[in-house]
Design a protein around this ligand. Sequence first.
Ligand SMILES: *Cc1c(COP(=O)(O)O)cnc(C)c1O
Length: 426
Amino acid sequence: MTDIKTICVQGGYHPENGEPRQIPIVQSTTFKYDTSEQMGKLFSLEETGYFYTRLQNPTNDAVAARIAELEGGAAAMLTSSGQAANFFAVFNIAGAGDHVVASSAIYGGTYNLLAHTMKRMGLECTFVAPNATREELDAAFKPNTKCVFGETIANPALAVLDIQTFAEAAHDHGVPLIVDNTFATPINCRPFEWGADIVTHSTTKYMDGHASCVGGAIVDSGDFDWDAHADKFPGLTTPDETYHGVIYTKQFGQAGAFITKATSQLMRDLGSIQAPQHAYYLNLGLESLALRMKQHCANAQAVAEHLQTHPKVAWVRYCGLPGDENYELAQKYLPNGSCGVISFGVAGGRKGAETFMAHLKMCQIETHVADSRTCVLHPANATHQQMNDEELVACGITPDMIRLSCGIEAAEDIIADIDQALDAVE
Ligand SMILES: *Cc1c(COP(=O)(O)O)cnc(C)c1O
């Protein structure tokens, strides 16, 4: 099974004779065993099996397996949110006294996680540009660097990560590259094919796609050789005393070590499991992911091209537009489309943007992106409200900026709504 459209509907779940065609929701916190010995073997990781839903649940496993197939990875797990996925992915291999190199163009929540919350846990982070040169990247590494982190398409900056350059730098320094592939989805980019080692998702966005469930996922390519850099990753290559001295790379192999450790250690101790019911909804989203991404991208392209010629629009940012500063990187990594999110500036600055927002009818004001319905936000008045105009510009948000997440409606209807709202702008 190779084509991604097929994996969207067939991947991960293969029922036996007489079993449900659709992934069943195993709505149970626990699982029954005949003998205490059998249960004991599960706890000592001698045998695999379900015993408690915080650690594993058949519904979650089937959906995780589908996401692993979509990304072309070896193993995957679901988490309760994208934030939990990114935290677990980094914390699984980096802790107090360690260092991380990260792209500066990342989701605000992930920036806070790396720059502030994980700093309080003793972890330092150095930020670099998403298109950093090899020299700039090399300069960011330290002897205690444990991973490199970036987003395929940054939310909300819409910068495209130079995945190949980041992966080569990471590998030359003996550490893996973690890529948050939320905005591109595996339909438009499979970071493993460019050298990334771990992929994360906020499944809340396009994968769910219907604004119904917050969720996350972590996928391991299985290609990073932890044992070759054993001194850097003792958590994977030396005995885990909290699990009877198991050595993850020995017992579960290069392809199973990362996800098994994140499940049996981090999920055990920190929680953050996705509810099986949410996994089921997520799976329904995955089934139409390829179809929806095509429409999201076609709409965003049409809207971006229209806005570019509109007299009431000061600027447009979309990596699918020739001339956009991310166009070349997008052509390389996202040749079939990027995502449905664009940003643009309304003529007349903050006042123009406020007038535009006030006159939209179909496009609705939401703190969200990647919904099947078009949604829109004026960051200067919402997520970045506490900043004055100078502070806004310093973090790449201008007072006139509108973030528009194109849904899967007809492009003409999105454009018509935008045009009538722009008509009201002086
Ligand atoms: C939304 C988002 C997150 C956070 O995900 P939640 O599911 O909201 O916790 C992380 N990374 C990116 C790129 C996002 O867009």
